[in-house]
Design a protein around this ligand. Structure first.
Ligand code: GDP
Length: 142
């Protein structure tokens, strides 16, 4: 297994409910290391840019309105198999289908407001990390 980096977002519903510390702790407890993190509030346009691949989906408007309504915490996590590990800790997109003990099972209230985002591939992780973080903001980014 190779060391990877992935992009994690604590979505507005997570930050609004004061769950930042608890969620970051779950990543650390599962062997993922924080190499960069910050709180930002995305504009509608920035949220649309981030979710560009979903532009044609029926929930695009709802999703980008939600993601820009209040601050989010964006984090770069590093570890063995980090992309898959982070998605495992996060749980299925729909909290009703998420496994016991996952973040979405424990905290998410709907398929739309599902508390966390995680990159779905190593290729997308690199694109998403570059969307939010300059090289100088990432520890050991070379
Ligand atoms: P993820 O990789 O598990 O986040 O899931 P997707 O890439 O399929 O979807 C991206 C995000 O769009 C999800 O995390 C949800 O916030 C949102 N989303 C997905 N499906 C739906 C839906 O049917 N309705 C709404 N309102 N939002 C959705």
């Amino acid at each position: 297994m190779a060391k990877e980096q992935t992009l994690s977002i604590i979505k507005p519903d997570g930050v609004e409910r004061n769950l930042v510390g608890e969620i970051l702790q779950r990543f650390e407890q599962n062997g993922l290391r924080i190499v960069a993190t910050k709180m930002i509030q995305m504009s509608r346009k920035q949220a649309e840019g981030f979710y560009d691949i979903h532009r044609e989906r029926p929930f695009f408007g709802e999703l980008t309105e939600f993601m820009s309504r209040s601050p989010v915490v964006v984090t770069v996590l590093e570890g063995e198999n980090a992309v898959a590990k982070h998605r495992e800790v996060m749980g299925a997109t729909n909290p009703a289908e998420a496994a016991e003990g996952t973040i979405r099972k424990d905290f998410a209230e709907s398929i739309g407001e599902n508390t966390v985002h995680g990159s779905d591939s190593l290729e997308n992780a690199a694109i998403e990390i570059a969307y939010f973080f300059a090289k100088i903001e990432r520890v050991n980014a070379g």
